[in-house]
Design a protein around this ligand. Structure first.
Ligand code: WQD
Length: 338
């Protein structure tokens, strides 16, 4: 079966393509290479021995998107990652985020309808929960107006999908990621932030390798055990596997409704300092960091109630924080040797 993976040369997309191929799916990637590079396709082939199909164009371009689907009328399902995802940039440039993330989704959905493609997995985010009242946060927890335009595009996209399945015969699963980190065991693919990383783990590994002078820890005055903010970090390989499980669920007719949502996390919260300690332990590198002011827009603590995904998908994250940091560090060292 052929699966379209939009944004498939990106961080989570590329790891999911590997999992799909190793599960027997044929994959075609569409990516505009705005935040990734073409040589990820080569790396995927090096890992799996199978070269995925790849076309470079922007899904915001309605004509090019329709033309693509016209030439690939054997697509059985879609996993949709293509989106801008930098929270601070979305605050500075909201229209860029609303246009890109929503128009590209609408163009893909139009083609799904026209070509009767029945299954869609959507890359959503725990940012739709904002700062939850109660922790751990479950799928039944109220979504709140996300604090950034990026997060709001994810919430609006989920609402579009919910309305879509009421009008058209297709099945959708939205996966709400917590904090994906780490890299493939081969160190051939991983997180490749363009410019100065906004996210914690690439900033840690770039500091340790000498690309950055020091890590700024954004606040140690939170109401948490060590004062630093808490997140639910999960290994990108565990996350990638969940996408294949979600697709299999729909294809095998196990969906309980046409629109389902699952939290994907470990169910365990880790503070920034705990992440730093884990990195120092697995790398043997003493990290240079300083405590600075809180970052505006950060929530204090969030971690997932993963019981629904465990029960319904039969999926559970199996890799721990040390493994996440070990693979992230191996990836950073591999980048330095390129
Ligand atoms: C994690 C923690 C920071 C950088 C991300 C994505 C978002 C969504 C959820 C997918 C926070 C602290 C960070 C640094 C620091 N994922 N930090 N120094 O903000 O939870 O959001 O995951 O949809 O798109 O951005 O992740 O890695 O930026 O921050 O102290 O240099 O690390 O304050 O507590 P975040 P993050």
């Amino acid at each position: 079966m052929k699966i379209l993976v939009t944004g498939g040369t990106g961080f989570i997309g590329s790891h999911t393509v590997v999992e799909l191929q190793q599960s027997g799916y044929e994959v075609v990637i569409v990516d505009n290479l705005y935040n990734s590079t073409r040589d990820v396709v080569d790396a995927i082939e090096q890992i799996t021995g199978i070269r995925p199909g790849f076309e470079e164009f922007d899904l915001v371009d309605e004509k090019k998107t329709a033309d693509f689907f016209g030439r690939h009328n054997d697509i059985a399902g879609i996993i949709h990652f293509a989106a801008f995802k930098t929270v601070p940039e979305s605050v500075r440039k909201p229209l860029k985020y609303y246009r890109n993330n929503l128009i590209s989704l609408l163009n893909v959905l139009d083609c799904m309808k026209e070509f009767n493609i029945p299954y869609f997995v959507f890359s959503s985010s725990c940012t739709v929960y904002g700062q939850p009242e109660k922790l751990p946060v479950s799928e039944a927890s109220p979504v709140q107006r996300p604090w950034s335009p990026y997060g709001n595009t994810k919430l609006i996209s989920e609402e579009i999908l919910e309305d879509m399945v009421k009008a058209h015969p297709l099945k959708v699963i939205s996966l709400r990621y917590f904090n994906p980190i780490g890299a493939h065991d081969s160190a051939l693919i991983g997180e490749l932030p363009v410019g100065i990383p906004d996210n914690l783990v690439p900033y840690i590994t770039q500091t340790a390798i000498g690309k950055r002078e020091a890590l700024n820890v954004y606040g140690d005055d939170y109401n948490t055990p060590d004062g630093t903010a808490i997140r639910d970090y999960l290994h990108v390989m565990d996350l990638a596997a969940a996408h294949v499980v979600a697709l299999d669920r729909m294809i095998s007719g196990k969906s309980k409704s046409n629109y389902e949502v699952f939290n994907l996390g470990t169910g365990k919260g880790c503070s920034v300092l705990e992440v730093i300690r884990s990195f120092e332990k697995v790398s043997g590198v003493k990290l240079n960091y300083r405590i600075v002011e809180r970052r505006p827009g950060d929530v204090e603590q969030v971690w997932a109630d993963t019981s629904l995904a465990n029960r319904e998908l039969g999926w559970k994250a199996g890799r721990d924080l040390d493994d996440m940091m070990r693979t992230a560090w191996n990836w950073e060292k591999a980048l330095a040797n390129k």
